[in-house]
Ligand binder design. Structure first.
Ligand code: A3D
Length: 318
């Protein structure tokens, strides 16, 4: 008999709540929703449980502030942390969120050391690095969500411009999350046909592709400015669920994720966005590509930014 899966969600904010809903509606398993704001975790759990009763989904969802709820989880998705507030320095934010990740890492190690862990908390690449270091979980089982979301944004804008379904577009982004992300137009295709063909045929201009890349890089900020409070949460949650499904269903799906790179792309022992294969063993492979000089330089800038943050953590004694 197959046991029901259990998914721990640390952080019951915008993304955490959306994740819980998606997991329930997709019948991926039971949910433990944990947040320092106990009432919010309990309240959202109760609301969602009642919503599952309406749609006839069997997901059992518990909420609270006790990390003991993580016991028996097969996977954990971490969104806990605070956003940067006015007047707060980058170091302040790094310190606070690093503290949250460290605590969470130790609790995961204690309650569900065999879980597959997906980190979403920003600053992403360094938070996922810290999660692995502090938990001691295998690098195959600690991964960060960013590339799937960034790729989703890139594909959205391209599909709109080319007037084709997003389903026909294949693409990925490389490098760290945020300003240093490296979209890869050279590896973008529509029905397997390289994007360059569409530029040659006048379906889209190079300038337009460049603008789309820029808009993708600023995709998070664009939504923050529109929402006024908070940041994107539907697409980030959907992206993490895609990674979770690849693991649960042993899809061996190639996805761009913040993964541990032991020695590839000219970097060693850091977490950075690379195309990886996710299956039942976690991160089963990292796909290495021959990059152009410009792509390699952009990737290095991205990796350097992550290394800089590792030094910041040491400097701040974290
Ligand atoms: P939000 O709605 O603020 O939820 C975060 C939750 O974490 C809040 O409910 C807090 O109460 C909770 N929390 C804070 N400290 C703790 C703690 N010590 N233990 C347990 N819970 C705690 O944010 P959100 O859901 O919109 O975003 C969550 C995170 O994801 C933020 O760090 C965002 O910056 C980040 N994010 C990353 C991406 C990427 O692509 C990497 C995209 C969007 C958001």
């Amino acid at each position: 008999m197959m046991k029901r899966r259990k998914i721990g969600l640390v952080g019951a904010g915008q993304i955490g709540g959306t994740l819980a809903q998606l997991i329930g509606l997709k019948d991926l398993g039971d949910v433990a929703l944990i947040d320092i704001a106990e009432g919010m975790a309990k309240g959202k759990a109760l609301d969602l449980q009642q919503s599952f009763a309406v749609s006839g989904h069997d997901c059992v969802i518990e909420g609270g502030s006790d990390y003991g709820l993580l016991k028996g989880c097969d996977a954990v998705i971490v969104t806990a942390g605070i956003p940067r507030k006015p007047g707060m320095s980058r170091d302040d934010l790094l310190k606070i969120n690093a503290g949250v990740i460290k605590t969470t890492a130790l609790e995961i190690k204690k309650h569900c050391p065999n879980a597959f862990v997906i980190v979403i908390t920003n600053p992403l690449d360094i938070m996922v690095w810290l999660m692995q270091q502090a938990s001691g979980l295998p690098t195959t089982h600690v991964i960060g969500m960013a590339g799937v979301l960034d790729t989703g944004r890139y594909k959205t804008f391209l599909a709109q411009k080319l007037n084709v379904s997003v389903q026909s577009i294949d693409a990925f982004v490389l490098g760290g999350h945020g300003d240093t992300m490296v979209p890869m137009p050279g590896f973008t295709t529509v029905l397997g046909i390289p994007l360059n063909h569409f530029i040659d045929k006048g379906k889209i201009t190079q300038k337009c592709v460049d603008d789309i890349i820029e808009r993708t890089r600023n995709g998070g900020a664009e939504i923050v400015n529109l929402l006024q409070t908070g940041s994107a949460f539907y697409a980030p949650a959907n992206s993490a669920v895609q990674m979770l499904e690849a693991y649960f269903y042993d899809q061996k799906r190639a996805l761009p994720c913040a993964a541990h790179v032991k020695n590839a792309y000219g970097v060693k022992d850091i977490y950075v966005g690379v195309p990886c294969v996710i299956g039942a063993k976690g991160v089963e492979d990292i796909i290495e590509l021959d990059l152009t000089e410009a792509e390699q330089a952009a990737f290095h800038r991205s990796a350097k930014a992550v290394e800089g943050l590792i030094h910041d953590l040491e400097r701040l004694n974290i």
